[in-house]
Ligand binder design. Sequence first.
Ligand code: MLC
Ligand code: AMP
Length: 514
Amino acid sequence: FRRKNGLTMNLYELLETGFPKDKSSCAIETHDGLYYSWDDLEKATSKMANLLASLKLPQGSRVAVQVEKSPEALFLYLATLKAGLVYLPLNTAYQAAEIEYFLGNAEPALVVCSPKNHAWVTKVANKCGTKHVLTLGDDRSGTLLEKAGKLSDKFKTVKRADDDLAAILYTSGTTGRSKGAMLTHKNLGSNAKVLQKFWAWKKGDVLLHALPIFHVHGLFVASHGALLNGSKMIWLPRLDTKELIKHMPRSTVMMGVPTFYVRLLLDKDFNKHTVRNMRLFISGSAPLLTETFNLFKERTGHTILERYGMSETVMLVSNPYEGARVGGSVGLPLPQTQVRVIKDDGKLCGVNEIGNVEVKGPNVFKGYWRMPEKTKEEFTKDGWFKTGDVGRWGGETSAGKVPNNYLCIVGRSKDLIISGGYNVYPKEIESFIDDMPGVDESAVIGVPHPDFGEAVVAVVVAKPSAKLNPDGMIAELKGKIANFKVPKRLIVVPELPRNAMGKVQKNVLRQTYS
Ligand code: MLC
Ligand code: AMP
């Protein structure tokens, strides 16, 4: 990984070291029967890198991308790395107002969007000072491929150093405004190398990829794993249980958020025969219930490997490949990563004592984009990143005794809901609801949900003599914010419960509405 001259490799160069010698073999097979060889992947990536280079963007320019999942979308990510630019993926669920914030904050030099969104995205991009807008559809349509198709399929990867940015991932903030986590080539490269070994990627592995590719899980952890190992990916556009079951017999590795496992278990066609060639199931992004962990083992004979990570740090802690995988625990700190659990008074927690989880390591991000103060707040004076998660070493879960060196995540100090693996910050939703006519105040909470793990619920107080229409309000929110953030229920109450300090008691609301 580290070159003799002290520079790190461009992440693309690192991934490339794993590509197989036989370039005619299959790199990506799509759900609708298309095969992309490694040669196709390399050539398409080079063509796109040539297109990016032809725009003569200044060093460090951001390339913001909001497109449906497709192999070409992955090639665009790789091309951005290859051209030495900074990739900024955006969830396809984000609506115009959300996109306007991201583009205004990141000031990308280029925006790539779905052809169907071109008109409004161009308007927003121009407003934010972005000169270039290209389109990419999930059916190989759009101006990006039209232009790149005419260019050379050779491109010399631009040199990048340790600390150069590879990507910016927006992660919602407790204040309601998203922050761009700046990830360097070293952050991503070192994590990919560690995971390759820790999860024992093998020759012949085939990754079943059904995650979205605009977050850490699907874009980095899953794709990097397969690319660095020269492994074929079976590429599904989204989670579809029947499609997973159809392709699983030809796969060996799958990564998913807990909802993947919950839904597979609900399908009676999912059984031991389906998983006959599978080597490894990995879960993360949200807590995996021990009930799901146990049922999965019973049904398939496989022990799901749960791991823990976040946008700012990529992967931190994981159950081992060899050795005990413990239900309800996220496992051991990964090699090169230090993890501590610390009390509010700064003392280290002993085994089975609950405290804040903090981390250090080459995987920990460089800081929040253009938010030096926020960055400073999130690190301790001695350089540990405060994850905002609450945990403990060892103890016991409903699955049994947890070894003392294994971490359990027991809660969050940040007011955050994780629904189907997507983060929702209540503050952001509350500010949208509070702006609606007739609303006095609101509190947004997460309640247990059998499919999504947690579901967003809004508890709202009307202004005196105002009459609120919950269904109408939900419909209105659907036009303003990403669909996964929209409350599944909106409940109107006369007042919110408060403590002696006047603070809304969200724990009371959670109990009442769970
Ligand atoms: C979709 N919907 C959701 C939702 N996803 N609601 C709450 N939470 C979610 N996650 C809603 C839609 O708004 C729609 O509502 C209805 O559900 C059906 O939409 P859909 O698009 O058909 O849903 P589906 O395809 O079934 O998607 C569900 C899902 C998906 C769980 C498969 O959300 C998903 O792929 N999640 C993965 C997220 C992920 O990759 N996270 C990683 C973050 S990285 P309506 O009302 O319009 O019908 C990270 C770090 C780490 O956290 O450690 O990995
Ligand atoms: P994000 O900001 O989207 O990267 O989400 C990161 C957050 O997801 C973490 O801070 C945790 O709260 C949560 N998370 C990720 N993996 C797990 C896990 N295995 N168990 C519990 N929480 C998790």
